[in-house]
Design a protein around this ligand. Structure first.
Ligand code: HC1
Length: 589
């Protein structure tokens, strides 16, 4: 422990704690534009400078550890004037068109400029505005260099957190910029569209490509029938962008708001999450049967989940030889899209040509996924527009809806019912847990041997987790699995995915089934979620997800009555002909 004084308040913190975190521990906010809790210290924006008694130099609070006896001043005249000058310099190079900027209202630079009353830009006439590029080509992300303050949060995110390196620093000094390989558009480099950079960008330099106007047009077109689906992780985070505390589950209010916005059918991605478990679970059993009973050497194990589109892009780029290991099951978003314009359109008597299918996702990569050539199996684009959680919050604000006072509403039927197993898809380990709840029961006729169905070994925030489930007393059809210890692995964040795939590649891992989610914490920490998303907020969202699971009457995917009905009326059987036509695909590098 070290003890120091910050703004005359005595504080004791662990050795190695930065001045920034020491101040935070006593609720003193020191501003910063380059620091982020998920990333290593950069110390390059210099906005967090503080003064130390007895020293002439100002110290960057994010990069200096607290030490015994220090007397720190976070708001002295010297500090204020230095911060203000740095902000003025940053703004002088920033295309500060705040009234038209998409990030307005959620921009850290804008907020600080306001707090420090920048007024007239002191440097505007001294620095001629540089030429800049805006990259609009990706269906997921817009990169606008004119708004970049070169804090490098995005570069550190892409490099450390995701281990991708699609964004990098090029040139030096005043020419320095955030660039890509040979300055190609981001859709042409190794970017996975995960949007983690977007979630951490303090300005409007990296934003999601928004489809808000397109969706309003569809809603207002009387010739269109607009269906909307909502991802598992949206309901536990949307409230944050609308004045509700993190961790509050707002499913009912969200459904009410979507109805008020004018969507014709308000349905749930969780329904197809349950369907995914049925298809993916049976595929896993089919692969295990081929490998263990029929001794088929060509069967690819471990099987990996396939619902995170950032992960799919990652494996296409980095481990293309392992594409056959991906489950052929499409993601719940895309299963929903394919069913909406076939089964559902037929059920409600709507011409699929006039149906517009919208999804609300915590994810920017889902925008890319919806545009993939593999995703037209209904005969149309299965999902037309993908909105992030943030875009939906914006639409709710535009419509003048007082979100907090909305009465809870419920999803339409059919394709609106879901189990607790589907809800936990939104947290890392959730798909694995949902699959094990179903697969174990299919094979043994009994529930998984974990108290209250909670398979805790696959839960948590460790980057890579392993769990073994021993199968005992199988039903006769599955006797080849008697006594088998099913080895599973869960990883979240692409840096962890890389570690796992390297161990699969070098043969040191012998898993049967792996769950990988591209974003830290799983979808609840997706690039399209409310900003800020921090380790603390991810934890709170995660407990909300598991709370929602325990409150559900149905907690196993195979017990979802609507899923049972869809098989009976339309799909036939898991992995059957219709399932293969609509719900499965193969990716090629
Ligand atoms: Fe996800 Fe999924 S869980 S990928 O994280 O499988 O985005 O929430 O919608 O499709 O269901 C995201 C979340 C989401 C799909 C499901």
């Amino acid at each position: 422990q070290v003890t120091l004084k910050i703004d005359s308040i005595s504080v004791s913190v662990k050795q190695g704690t930065s001045l920034l975190d020491a101040a935070r521990s006593i609720n003193i906010k020191i501003p910063t534009l380059c620091h982020h809790e998920d990333l290593c210290v950069a110390g390059n924006c210099r906005v967090c400078v503080v003064e130390q008694t007895g020293s002439d130099r100002l110290l960057p609070a994010c990069a200096i550890p607290a030490s015994d006896g220090m007397e720190i001043h976070t708001n002295s005249m010297k500090v204020r004037s230095s911060r203000k000058q740095i902000l003025e310099l940053l703004v002088s190079e920033h295309r500060a068109e705040c009234t038209t900027c998409y990030k307005s209202g959620n921009c850290e630079l804008q907020e600080l400029s306001h707090e420090y009353i920048l007024g007239e830009n002191a440097f505007i006439n001294l620095v001629p505005f540089k030429e800049y590029t805006i990259d609009y080509y990706s269906p997921s992300i817009i990169k606008d260099d004119s708004k970049c303050i070169r804090c490098q949060r995005c570069v550190r995110t892409c490099d450390q957190l995701q281990n991708i390196g699609a964004l990098t620093v090029s040139k030096k000094g005043s020419e320095m910029k955030i660039s890509t390989f040979f300055e190609k558009p981001i859709y042409q480099v190794v970017c996975t569209n995960c949007g983690q950079c977007v979630n951490r960008c303090p300005t409007g330099a990296l934003t999601e490509k928004n489809y808000v106007e397109e969706v309003w047009s569809a809603i207002n077109d009387v010739k269109k029938y607009v269906v909307v689906q909502t991802a598992p992780a949206v309901r536990i985070a949307l409230g944050e962008a609308l004045g509700v505390d993190p961790g509050e589950i707002v499913t009912g209010k969200m459904v009410a708001a979507l109805r008020r916005l004018g969507f014709n059918s308000v349905l749930d991605t969780d329904f197809t999450a349950d369907l995914t478990i049925i298809e993916e679970g049976h595929e896993l059993l089919q692969r295990l049967k081929k490998a263990l009973k029929e001794k088929d050497k060509n069967v690819r194990l471990p099987m990996t989940t396939s619902c995170s589109p950032g992960w799919i892009k990652f494996i296409e780029h980095i481990f293309p030889d392992f594409l056959p290991n991906l489950s052929s099951a499409k993601s719940p978003q895309q299963m929903f899209g394919a069913l909406a314009k076939t089964f559902f359109a037929n059920k409600i008597g709507v011409d699929p040509a006039s149906m517009v299918s919208v999804s609300v996702m915590p994810c920017t990569a889902k925008k890319f996924e919806a545009n993939r050539p593999e995703m037209f199996s209904s005969g149309y684009q299965d999902v037309d527009y993908v909105l992030t959680t943030r875009e939906l919050a914006l639409m709710i604000k535009q419509a003048g809806i007082d979100f907090k006072s909305l009465a809870d509403d419920t999803y339409d039927s059919i394709m609106g019912e879901s189990s607790g197993a589907a809800v936990i898809f939104g947290a890392t380990g959730g798909v694995m847990e949902a699959a094990l709840r179903t697969v174990y029961e299919v094979v043994t006729g009994r529930e998984v041997p974990f108290e209250g169905l909670n398979i805790t070994p696959v839960r948590g925030m460790e980057g890579v987790r392993e769990a073994t489930v021993k199968i005992e007393k199988t039903l006769p059809e599955w006797d080849f699995l008697e006594g088998v210890e099913v080895k599973t692995c869960v990883a979240h964040g692409l840096a962890n995915a890389k570690k796992v795939m390297e161990s699969v590649k070098d043969g040191s891992a012998n898993y049967h089934f792996i769950e990988i989610m591209a974003c830290p914490g799983g979808c609840l920490g997706g690039g399209g979620q409310p900003i800020p998303t921090s380790p603390e907020i991810r934890k709170v969202r995660s407990s909300a997800i598991y709370r929602e699971d325990t409150h559900k009457t149905i907690r196993k995917s195979h017990e979802n009555p609507e899923v049972v009905k869809v098989y009976k009326e339309f799909l036939g059987e898991p992995l059957g002909h219709e399932s293969h036509r609509l719900l499965h695909t193969h990716y090629t590098p």
